[in-house]
Design a protein around this ligand. Structure first.
Ligand code: A2P
Length: 319
């Protein structure tokens, strides 16, 4: 079984919270049926994954919960404590009075008593419960970060979340959050890949002790918002051939060498194992240099999930 390094997260008080560097993403597009998702998660546990990333909005919390129960029954793990579970506060519940009910709903979906990392999914809120996209533009409203973060802090104080963090937050948003937080965010989960390098934002996070976790490190291949800029890159392919690795492994290794952890999704047994096998080689200075000049995506694309009413958040990335 693969051995995966861990990172110790800051801002967790007396609790020493260590997170495996590679997590399995459970968001699938189009959405996998629950049995397929559960089987893939069990396969991932067998392969050595111990960090799982889900979100209320992915609809995969229940699949993960079912897989955890089955893994315990089968003896693949001895206790839920062996796993690191991240889930996210959906934008419809990004309101001070809705945070506690939301985390409790996620805990019920997962069938666990605590979440390892609870993060604010998006830096805005929706004006009502949104179950499908696209939504009307005026339902997207600013987040009252002070009151929502206080409720996130309460989740930690109550022991419902061991750590709290954010996702898709820019430098400016983080400055504001840091100015008012009693418990600073441990993590900022960001879309990051060789084709979306986020140099300025990731350096900023590092300077503030906020750990970055990269989602879509393979460029969200085969989704409607991603593209093959990463997996189809000739430059990465050339490095992969020289090293006897795949383009996916070179891309994941590049992310890891930025001091960043990774959540990547594969429901395919061979590819999910391949994605853990990145710790037996290093990229050379020359290879890193070549990769630093890869064509970058223009603009902010995570907002394209919202469909024709794209919200363009100015992620202050140095492209
Ligand atoms: P699949 O589940 O069929 O393996 P990202 O992590 O950037 O969001 O990318 C996820 C996409 O990349 C999924 O569609 C996944 O498909 C695919 N993928 C994951 N790992 C690999 C790999 N090692 N090689 C090729 N494609 C991969």
């Amino acid at each position: 079984m693969a051995k995966i390094p861990s990172v110790t997260l800051s801002s967790c008080g007396d609790d020493i919270l260590t997170m495996p560097i590679i997590g399995m993403g459970t968001s699938s597009y189009p959405r996998a049926d629950p049995e397929t998702a559960k089987a893939a998660i069990l396969e991932a546990i067998k392969a050595g994954y111990r960090h799982f990333d889900t979100a209320y909005s992915y609809g995969s919390e229940q699949d993960l919960g079912a897989a955890i129960a089955e893994a315990l029954r089968l003896g693949l793990i001895n206790s839920r404590n062996e796993l690191f579970i991240t889930t996210k506060l959906w934008a419809s519940f990004a309101d001070k009075d809705l945070v506690l009910p939301a985390i409790n709903a996620s805990l019920r979906n997962l069938g666990v008593e605590y979440i390892d990392m609870y993060i604010i999914h998006w830096p805005f809120k929706f004006g009502k419960e949104v179950k499908s996209m696209p939504i009307e533009r005026d339902l997207v409203q600013p987040l009252d970060i002070k009151s929502v973060w206080e409720a996130m802090e309460e989740c930690k104080r109550l022991g419902l979340a061991r750590g709290i963090g954010v996702s898709n937050f820019t430098c400016k948003m983080l400055e504001e959050l840091l100015s008012l937080a009693k418990i600073p965010p441990s993590v900022n989960q960001l879309e990051m890949s060789p084709a979306w390098q986020l140099k300025k934002l990731s350096h900023f996070c590092k300077s503030k002790g906020i750990h970055v976790t990269a989602y879509s490190p393979l460029g969200a291949a085969r989704t409607k918002w991603g593209d093959d800029r990463v997996l189809g890159s000739d430059v990465i392919e050339e490095i992969a051939v020289a090293k006897g690795k795949t383009t996916a492994q070179i891309s994941l290794r590049w992310v890891y060498e930025q001091g960043v952890s990774i959540v990547t999704k594969s429901f395919n047994k061979e590819r999910m194992r391949q994605n853990l096998d990145i710790f037996d080689f290093c990229l050379t200075e020359e290879e890193l240099e070549k990769m630093s000049h890869l064509p970058q995506r223009k603009g902010v694309t995570f907002a394209s999930l919202i469909g024709p009413h794209d919200i363009v958040l100015e992620i202050d990335a140095e492209l």
